[in-house]
Design a protein around this ligand. Structure first.
Ligand code: SDX
Length: 452
């Protein structure tokens, strides 16, 4: 795959290469002082080069400025690669569409955590070990009773996951690889249990315990929808769809919630607290909360005849309405996950006997019109992973408020893989950004009687 270097591709020098200097350096020059500095340039295995600015402040007395990190690499990572221009997503080198088609979530979780696909023995042991960590300490179920029944389940997830560190004291030492592994397995295993309990609590139904004879996605559906009064029949199609959706949401490079987990972890915080921080960040409608926002938007649009009006609103700079499920910081092409999601959507609706789902028809028409609109074409706004996922979840009988919870269940393996990579990185330091200060200059304190 060609290296994606936008500046080079655009023919613009990102910075003036150092003539005859180190092969991998760029020169920064200050016309005012006449001084210049050679900034080392680092290359990865795929994607754009980076300019190493770690010594910039010490050498040149200036900071870089990049509030949304649009051009800033925060770390080195081997886990996920995204080529936003080409719409490519690789996990440890494997293409997302191939993994979604041929793999399963437990295998992808092993891949993200360990770097390679497992052999049969490794896979069976991993699945066995995860399944034996799915139960929660029985006292944790008391936490739920402290919430209102109508609490948003993401609020419950933040609270309960953060509280796990109060129970699992034997997996808090981040410097002990065994304890890191145990905490990682506990989090991957327990998230579906915690999520399903949040749903059951909202219904006033009894919690359903996990079962060791069920696969990960089956177990999750069983804990969500079974009731003690009768056996629950798991649909293989829905279980396969859920498993595929978990794969599609598993990891995505240095997105907002993953960066939150890394930043929290950089202070040495325990993994349960770091994942709780990731859940909080994912909740936002600009991020993982978008799947819930897409459904609410489609219900607000209501009918195809209203699409033009809402697309107009989404383009109005004075209207904060945005087409939810559209656009992405990195993808300037179709999100490869959205393509697989749309295919899965059709499979689930067919399984559920839903013909001509009005919301799906509305979504497809909205996508068709938006992708023909000059504004969306010029700004390279395409459907992202959240555009179709909510329609699938709704067809599966999952309430809108649980959509982002499902995203958090899946992304936990990505968060914990990235956290582990960070803790293992010998060059790791506490994350502590600087700022461009625009506030008041130093001034004397004035007693209140003398203030005007
Ligand atoms: C996820 O980072 C990840 O990898 C995230 C994620 C993951 O797996 O972790 O992929 C999951 O979060 C997907 C994104 C879900 N969010 C949404 O669907 C919400 C709607 N999308 C937008 O809020 C927005 O597109 C973002 C937040 C996703 C990206 O925002 P950026 O990169 O900061 O881009 P921007 O806001 O600067 O937008 C660029 C331009 C702006 O117009 P101008 O100021 O240049 O005139 O595009 C416009 C925006 O107004 N724009 C939109 C739009 N998204 C961007 N206009 C209308 N509708 C939209 N959806």
């Amino acid at each position: 795959m060609a290296k994606t270097n936008k500046a080079a591709a655009a023919g613009k020098p990102a910075l003036k290469p150092v003539a005859g200097g180190a092969k991998k350096a760029m020169k920064l020059s200050d016309p005012n002082s006449g001084k210049s500095w050679d900034l080392p340039v680092m290359s990865g295995s795929l994607g754009p080069d980076v300019i190493d600015v770690r010594k910039l402040y010490a050498d040149a007395g200036v900071f870089t400025y990049d509030p949304g990190f649009t051009s800033t690499a925060s770390c080195q990572s081997k886990i996920t690669f995204i080529d936003g221009d080409e719409g490519i997503l690789l996990h440890r080198g494997y293409d997302i569409a191939e993994l979604a088609e041929k793999s399963d979530f437990m295998e992808v979780a092993y891949l993200l955590l360990n770097g390679d696909l497992p052999d049969e023995t490794q896979k069976n042991k991993f699945e066995y070990d995860i399944s034996r960590h799915t139960m929660l300490h029985e006292q944790i179920s008391q936490f739920y009773r402290g919430f209102r029944r109508d609490a948003h389940p993401m609020a419950v997830m933040c609270g309960v996951v953060g509280a796990l560190s109060a129970f699992y004291h034997d997996s808090l030492d981040i410097n002990d690889p065994h304890q890191r592994m145990v905490a990682s397995y506990r989090l991957i295993a327990k998230m579906p249990t915690i999520a399903a309990m949040a749903y059951k609590y909202s219904l006033g139904q009894p919690f359903i315990y996990p079962r060791n004879d069920l696969k990960y996605a089956e177990n999750f559906l069983h804990m969500m929808f079974a009731v003690p009064a009768e056996p629950y029949k798991i649909s293989p199609t829905l279980a396969r769809a859920m498993d595929r959706i978990l794969i599609l949401h598993a990891d995505h490079e240095q997105n907002a919630s993953t960066s939150t987990v890394r930043l929290a972890g950089s202070s040495g915080a325990n993994p349960f607290a770091c994942i709780a921080a990731g859940i909080a960040s994912l909740w936002g409608p600009a991020h993982g909360g978008a799947n819930e926002a897409v459904l609410n938007m489609l219900m607000q649009i209501g009918d195809k005849k209203n699409i033009t009006e809402f697309i107009k609103k989404s383009k109005d700079p004075n209207d904060n309405f945005r087409l939810m499920g559209f656009g992405h910081r990195v993808y300037k092409n179709y999100d490869p996950r959205a393509k697989v999601m749309q295919k899965t959507c059709n499979e689930v609706l067919a399984e559920m006997g839903v013909k001509n789902d009005p919301l799906l028809q509305l979504a497809v028409e909205l996508e068709r019109i938006a992708l023909q609109d000059d504004y969306f074409i010029e700004k390279k706004l395409y459907p992202n992973v959240d555009f179709y996922s909510g329609i699938i979840f709704r067809a599966m009988g999952i309430p809108v408020s649980m959509f982002t919870v499902l995203f958090a269940v899946a992304r936990t393996v990505g968060w914990i893989s990235q956290w582990t990579e960070m803790v293992d990185d010998p060059s790791q330091k506490i994350g502590r950004p600087r700022q461009l200060y625009t506030g008041a200059d130093k001034r004397p304190y004035v007693p209140v009687k003398k203030r005007k």
